[in-house]
Ligand binder design. Structure first.
Ligand SMILES: O=C(O)c1ccccc1NCC(=O)[C@H](O)[C@H](O)COP(=O)(O)O
Length: 272
């Protein structure tokens, strides 16, 4: 059977991390991390507005599903716009090969804003968690489907030990169960099927019932196009949304952010 896109990305990532470990061994990286002079800012609290859906605005140049998203990409303008329009948090894609991102984008964003920063990459090794802290991340993405149970638990623990928070991305009830067992507190529901690239916001509606809402923060991810979508997701009880492509192609980033903000959310309780 041929490799799906996630498997392809993960294979590439393993090679990349092996390379990084050779260039800068983990022990050395840990020494550098110990010298970082600032503490992470709260990503989780930024996503919890009473009665309102919070926005994580993503810096995204390219993607496997869309190819090039924005031709005249300007990192500084993008970060400045997300800052001025007061996105609740900013997600920076650092994956280079498939998304056209860069670790340097995150480091630059750290210099430009005090908003909570999410490192969006494919984390498969503890090394990348230390690297994320060194680059200035406040939070990082962990994809439940890409990690074994022990890894998920260990990675969440290490992320917290370094003062950051983990957004644990899920696609199925089983992955939600695994995320909860691994002590995740922020759970992402990805509306995009990474095999077919089909997007369906009903994924959030279906899966949110498996999460005992008052105890977790739920982020609906991918395929969110407009304010009506945010209203729909808010009515399902999502605490926050993660938006990349629709913002990057909006033509006016600040206006784009404002259009996704200020939408009410339902206070959902557990169904399962
Ligand atoms: O976006 C993709 O094509 C993609 C393909 C394979 C793995 C991950 C992918 N996206 C990562 C993301 O999680 C999205 O960038 C994020 O949820 C924002 O999605 P969107 O608003 O649809 O750009």
């Amino acid at each position: 059977m041929s490799e799906n896109i996630l498997e392809k990305i993960l294979r590439h990532k393993r090679e990349e991390v092996a390379d990084s470990r050779k260039r800068l061994p983990l022990e050395k990286l840990k020494e550098w991390v110990a010298e970082v002079p600032f503490a992470p800012v709260g990503f989780g609290p930024a996503l919890q507005h009473p009665g309102e859906v919070a926005l994580i605005a993503e810096v995204k140049r390219r993607s496997p599903s869309r190819g090039i998203i924005i031709k005249d990409f300007n990192l500084m303008e993008t970060i400045a716009a997300y800052r001025e329009a007061e996105a609740d948090a900013v997600s920076v894609l650092t994956e280079r090969e498939f998304f056209g991102g860069a670790a340097e984008y995150l480091a630059a964003a750290r210099l430009m804003t005090r908003q909570p920063l999410l490192r969006k990459d494919f984390i498969i090794d503890l090394y990348q968690i230390y690297e994320s802290r060194f680059l200035g991340a406040d939070a990082l993405l962990l994809i439940a489907g890409a990690l074994a149970d022990e890894e998920l638990g260990e990675f969440i623990e290490t992320t917290r030990a370094l003062g950051m928070e983990a957004l644990v991305e899920t696609r199925t009830p089983d992955e939600i169960e695994r995320a909860i067992a691994a002590k995740a507190s922020i759970i992402g529901i990805n509306n995009r099927d990474l095999r077919s690239f089909q997007v369906d916001l009903k994924t959030t509606r279906e899966l949110i019932g498996y999460i005992n809402k008052p105890h977790f923060t739920v982020v609906s991810e991918s395929g969110i196009k407009n304010r009506t979508d945010v209203e729909t997701l808010g009515s399902y009880g999502a605490d926050a949304i993660l938006v990349g492509e629709s913002l990057m192609t909006s033509g006016d980033l600040q206006d784009g952010v404002r259009r996704f903000k200020g939408v009410g959310k339902a206070m959902k309780v557990a169904v399962v």
